[in-house]
Design a binder for this molecule. Structure first.
Ligand code: NIG
Ligand code: FE
Length: 414
């Protein structure tokens, strides 16, 4: 099936296939072709350019895009979309003054989600997660990373990872599974954390890797959760089993987690709401991409990641939703892009780059997604009629998406 999109007002993020990500300075520019055409065949982009060069090949369908823009679908490189129940009671507790950490201490937070997930059947968990995935796909997400981490026991972790696996088989979005092996310490291990960690290292990681249920390994490296040495051992065990690190670090405290992650050659370091100059220097020396999660800052009322400091040091940056029931109960990447601009001082160009090509890199998908490139997946957002692409972050809370194509197929009008 060949589809020709013609008269595109602006075709955004057209990149050569050699580009895997854009560094901080390159992010200032968003490539764009005015009055463009785009040709897709089945699930792939096969050609694009200015309208004058539009091919005269036989196609199955011609779509006149007119005053609308086309951009690559969002690449959301950090989510916890598989969970059982919402946690709006904790939200209300926070409004009346309790902190995220205080709620966690009372048995809320991750332990609360784990209890509910352990009790949930596979089928129900799958159906709830599938609804969330459908919602974010309609909001323009074409590639997504999904973590485990609410199991806190091996069988429940495997249940989560199998849900992620089933989603990736049943949906056209590109899905990357991450084993968030160490998200919190279960109550029964409070006074024997070492035993819990040795189970993760000696039983859980080998099992998950043998079952081929994850590509990435993650740890919540934070005071009160997992310290530097614990994070190092778990991540190294994951690496020994072929899992690539993507690590939660510096959400509330900077205590050496960033240099550790750089040393471990983590693909990404995620959160970084607290980021000091030593951290920036460590990132500059390594190959690790920072991922900012503005939804989490917004929802928990904590600082936003210093995007300007990162990008002005020519470090690449991705932005992601962190969709989860505790700190970011929304997977809307359009809102993430808006927050990146209005709260983190990113320009629309920087934010769109961070949510597309850099997001794709942050989950190992930059050969398949994140840009308008020949041979990449036809995962596309077609906007409504808008005067300029800056409207996307500007019109926060409004849905400016007219149509989403995932794998070359339209989502909304079918
Ligand atoms: O990325 N910080 C750790 N994990 C999640 C939140 C987990 C939760 O509160 O359920 C996050 O923010
Ligand atoms: Fe997270």
């Amino acid at each position: 099936m060949k589809i020709l999109f013609k008269n595109i007002k602006g075709l955004l993020q057209t990149l050569d296939n050699s580009i895997e990500y854009l560094d901080g300075h390159q992010m200032k520019k968003l490539s764009k072709i005015n009055n463009a055409f785009l040709l897709i065949e089945d699930d792939q982009i096969i050609d694009y350019g200015i309208m004058n060069d539009s091919p005269t090949v036989d196609v199955d369908k011609v779509i006149d895009v007119k005053e609308r823009f086309i951009l690559p679908a969002w690449c959301d490189s950090h989510t916890h979309l598989v969970f059982s129940e919402s946690r709006e009671d904790e939200f209300v507790d926070r409004i009346s003054g309790l902190s995220y950490q205080e709620i966690a201490k009372k048995g809320g937070g991750i332990l609360n989600s784990a209890k509910k997930l352990q009790e949930e059947t596979f089928e129900k968990l799958y159906l709830k997660s599938a609804l969330r995935l459908e919602e974010v796909m309609k909001l323009g997400t074409g590639a997504i990373e999904i973590k485990s981490g609410y199991g806190l026991e091996l069988s429940a972790e495997i249940k989560m990872l199998k849900v992620i696996d089933k989603l990736s088989k049943n949906y056209d979005a590109l899905i990357q599974p991450t084993f968030l092996a160490a998200h919190a310490v279960p109550k029964e291990y409070f006074d024997k954390k070492d035993l819990f960690i040795s189970k993760i290292i000696n039983q859980w990681i080998p099992k998950v890797s043998e079952m081929k249920l994850a590509n990435y390994i993650d740890v919540f490296c934070e005071k009160g959760y997992f310290n530097i040495e614990e994070t190092r051992s778990i991540i190294n065990a994951g690496k020994d089993h072929g899992l690539i690190p993507k690590i939660h670090v510096n959400q509330f405290n900077s205590f050496g987690g960033v240099p550790l992650c750089v040393d471990l050659d983590s693909l990404t370091i995620d959160h970084l709401e607290v980021l000091n100059d030593q951290d920036i220097n460590a990132i500059k020396k390594g190959n690790t991409m920072p991922v900012a999660l503005p939804n989490c800052s917004f929802f928990l009322n904590i600082p936003y990641t210093s995007a300007r400091k990162i990008m002005d040091n020519n470090i690449p940056l991705a932005i992601a939703s962190d969709y989860n029931p505790g700190s970011a109960p929304s997977g809307n990447m359009n809102f993430v892009v808006s927050l990146a601009c209005s709260k983190m001082g990113m320009s629309p160009e920087e934010a769109i780059n961070a949510a597309t090509i850099n997001g794709a890199y942050a989950m190992g998908l930059s050969k398949k997604a994140g840009s308008i490139t020949k041979g990449k997946k036809a995962n596309l957002i077609i906007t409504k009629e808008i005067p300029s692409y800056s409207m996307i972050p500007y019109s926060f809370g409004s849905n400016l998406i007219d149509e989403v194509y995932i794998n070359g197929k339209p989502l909304l009008n079918t």
